[in-house]
Design a protein around this ligand. Structure first.
Ligand code: NAD
Length: 340
C-alpha cells in the first residue's frame, strides 16, 4: 500500500510543488486548504503536472477541528506536511491576532486532530526568519534565534509547541524545516508562485516587472553591511524545497522526537545580483529604484546546509540561473497567475 500524506496548504506555492513531487514518487496525497491565499485551480494544475490525481482535496480551515477530524476519518493518513499558514512579514505586524490564530492555533488544532486519529508523523514549515538579525552567517540550526516580527514569532512558537508535544508523546516524530527563500517554479511552467495582490517577495515582484505588470522594482535599502549594500538572502529553488519535503517524509522514522533542519543552499545572493540574473534569464532589463529600508528586514540570511546533507545524504541541485529561468517561464505562460 502506498503511503498517504495529508498536505495542509497544498494549493499554495510550496505545497503545490510538494504535492507534485509526492505524486511523482507514488504517494497518495490528500490536500486540506481553505484557499485564503491560493486558487482552487492550483489543484487542477497539480494533477496535470504530476500526470495523476490527488487522492482528495478539501476546502477546510485547519482551525476547524471538526471538519479536519472528518478528513482524517476518511483517509488512513500516514504522515502530515503542514504548510497552511499566513506568511507575510509586514502584514503580520498589522494583523498579529490573525497570524497567531492561523499559524499557532492552527498548528495546535492540527496536532490535536492528528493525535485523536493516531497520526504522529509530521513535517512542519518553519522559516529562517526565526534567526532574526543574524550577527554572522552562515546560520546553523544552533545559531541563536531572535524573531523580529510577529510572523517569525509564530513560527518559533510552533516549533516550541512541537518540541513540547514530542517531549510528552514518545511516538511523535516531527521534522521542522526552516526554509530560507523559496523561489522559482516547476520547469513545465504549469505551477509557480501566484501571489494575490502586490507580491511581498522579491522574485515574483521582479517577474511582474519583467512581464510589464509593474513599472519598476523598489530596492529596500542599499546601505546594509553587505558587498553591494543590498540585502543578501539564500534563495532556494522551490523544486529543491519540494524534494526536501519528500526526502524528509522518507526520514521521519530515523528517530522519534523533534528535530529542526535548515533548508537552504548555503549561497548568498544580493538583491542586485538577483535583479541582474533575472534580467539575463528574461532578456529584459529590470528597472529599479532604491528606497528606504523596510522595517523588520535584516542584512543577510544564509544557511549552513550541512545538517540535512549529513542526516539525509541530500543537497539542493538547482542554481540561481535555474530559479530565474523557471520563474520567468511561469510568469510568461501565466502573466496573470492562475485564472481566478
Ligand atoms: N514562501 C516563503 O518564502 C516561505 C519561507 C519560509 C517559510 N514559509 C512557510 O511555508 C509555508 C508555505 O508557504 P507558501 O509560500 O507556499 O505560502 P502560500 O500562501 O502560497 O501557501 C499557504 C497555503 O495555506 C493555505 N492556508 C492559509 N491559512 C489556512 C488555514 N487556516 N486553513 C487551511 N489552509 C490555509 C493558503 O490558502 C495557501 O494555499 C508557510 O507555512 C510559510 O510560512 C514560506
Amino acid at each position: 500500500m502506498p503511503e498517504t500524506v495529508l498536505v495542509t496548504g497544498g494549493a499554495g506555492f510550496i505545497g503545490s510543488h510538494t504535492c507534485v513531487e509526492l505524486l511523482a514518487h507514488g504517494y497518495e496525497v490528500v490536500v486540506v486548504d481553505n484557499h485564503v491565499n491560493s486558487a482552487p485551480h492550483a489543484l487542477d494544475r497539480i494533477a496535470k503536472t504530476a500526470g495523476r490525481p490527488l487522492a482528495a482535496s478539501y476546502q477546510v480551515d485547519v482551525r476547524d477541528r471538526q471538519a479536519l477530524s472528518r478528513v482524517f476519518a476518511a483517509h488512513r493518513v500516514d504522515a502530515v506536511i503542514h504548510f497552511a499558514a499566513h506568511k507575510a512579514v509586514g502584514e503580520s505586524v498589522a494583523l498579529p491576532v490573525e497570524y497567531y490564530d492561523t499559524n499557532v492555533a492552527g498548528t495546535c488544532a492540527l496536532l490535536a486532530v492528528m493525535h485523536e486519529h493516531g497520526v504522529h508523523r509530521l513535517v512542519f514549515s518553519s522559516s529562517c526568519s526565526v534567526y532574526g538579525d543574524a550577527d554572522s552567517v552562515p546560520l546553523t540550526e544552533h545559531s541563536p534565534v531572535a524573531p523580529t516580527n510577529p510572523y517569525a514569532h509564530t513560527k518559533l512558537m510552533c516549533e516550541r509547541v512541537l518540541e513540547d508535544v514530542c517531549a510528552h508523546l514518545a511516538e511523535m516524530k516531527v521534522l521542522a524545516l526552516r526554509y530560507f527563500n523559496p523561489v522559482g517554479a516547476h520547469p513545465s511552467g504549469l505551477l509557480g508562485e501566484d501571489p494575490q495582490g502586490v507580491p511581498n517577495n522579491l522574485m515574483p515582484y521582479v517577474a511582474q516587472v519583467a512581464v510589464g505588470r509593474r513599472e519598476r522594482l523598489s530596492v529596500f535599502g542599499d546601505d546594509y553591511a553587505t558587498a553591494d549594500g543590498t540585502g543578501v538572502r539564500d534563495y532556494i529553488h522551490v523544486m529543491d524545497v519540494a524534494e526536501g519535503h519528500r526526502v524528509a517524509v522518507e526520514h521521519l522514522d530515523d528517530r522519534a522526537g523533534f528535530q529542526v533542519f535548515n533548508l537552504g543552499t548555503g549561497t548568498g545572493t544580493s538583491v542586485l545580483q538577483l535583479v541582474a540574473a533575472f534580467g539575463e534569464a528574461s532578456g529584459r532589463p529590470i528597472p529599479y529604484q532604491v528606497v528606504d529600508r523596510r522595517p523588520g528586514d535584516v542584512a543577510a540570511l544564509v544557511a549552513d546546509a550541512g545538517a540535512v546533507a549529513a542526516a539525509w545524504n541530500w543537497t539542493t541541485t538547482r542554481d540561481l540561473t535555474a530559479m530565474c529561468r523557471d520563474a520567468w517561464r511561469f510568469q510568461q505562460l501565466n502573466p496573470h497567475g492562475y485564472a481566478r
